[in-house]
Design a binder for this molecule. Structure first.
Ligand SMILES: CC(C)(COP(=O)(O)OP(=O)(O)OC[C@H]1O[C@@H](n2cnc3c(N)ncnc32)[C@H](O)[C@@H]1OP(=O)(O)O)[C@@H](O)C(=O)NCCC(=O)NCCS
Length: 165
């Protein structure tokens, strides 16, 4: 089946409310069921327009994926090396949107900062997807400082020009 045309752009501060709506909606459905009630509620309250706007204004990079004029996915990268968010609206999942958002997010970090090592903390339903994207777990599932149950993962890109033995 042909892939839908996804338009990806960098978020601006004014996009914060729409990003919050998308992340909260997807997280309620897919992330909260695997988390303690307290950690889930704390996550939802951290995801609000004000805090996202501050993050965008202080340099965290969010990429927005659109099909026509519908916001269908979002990624968030900190310090050009740590993937903080990757969310795709439920009805748009399974169409390669996360992969394309990740490719754009990664490519910009490589271009901007020469990053070769990427990290993230995956919630349970994200782990199989990140494995497909090339990440590997660096430890067992654990409770992070914010209370969410996550698996730390990393990806190391090959050094350009270096041939495999
Ligand atoms: C995780 C999430 C972002 C994936 O988005 P998506 O657009 O459906 O993912 P894609 O279609 O781009 O799939 C990426 C790869 O993962 C694979 N994949 C997708 N869902 C999978 C699943 N449930 N199990 C195993 N592999 C899966 C795809 O086959 C694809 O691999 P391929 O390109 O080699 O075939 C989306 O499901 C989501 O938002 N989930 C809820 C929020 C979440 O868990 N985010 C991660 C938080 S850490």
């Amino acid at each position: 089946m042909s892939q839908p045309i996804l338009r990806v752009r960098l978020a601006r501060p004014d996009d914060a409310p729409a990003i919050a709506v998308l992340i909260r909606r997807v997280a309620r459905r897919w992330i909260l069921p695997d988390q303690s009630r307290e950690a889930g509620q704390a996550f939802i309250s951290r995801i609000n327009a004000k805090s996202l706007r501050e993050k965008i204004c202080t340099g965290q990079r969010f990429y927005l994926g659109y099909l026509a004029d519908v916001l269908v996915g979002v990624s968030g990268m900190r310090d050009d090396c740590h993937l903080v968010h990757l969310f795709v609206g439920t009805r748009y999942q399974g169409q390669g949107i996360a992969r394309r958002l990740w490719q754009r997010t990664m490519r910009d970090a490589v271009r901007r900062a020469g990053t070769r090592r990427f990290t993230l903390n995956a919630t349970r339903c994200g782990v199989p997807v990140y494995l497909r994207l090339g990440f590997r777990a660096t430890g067992p599932e654990q409770i992070a400082h914010h209370g969410l149950r996550v698996t730390p993962m990393k990806m190391i890109l090959p050094t350009p020009g270096r041939k495999r033995a």
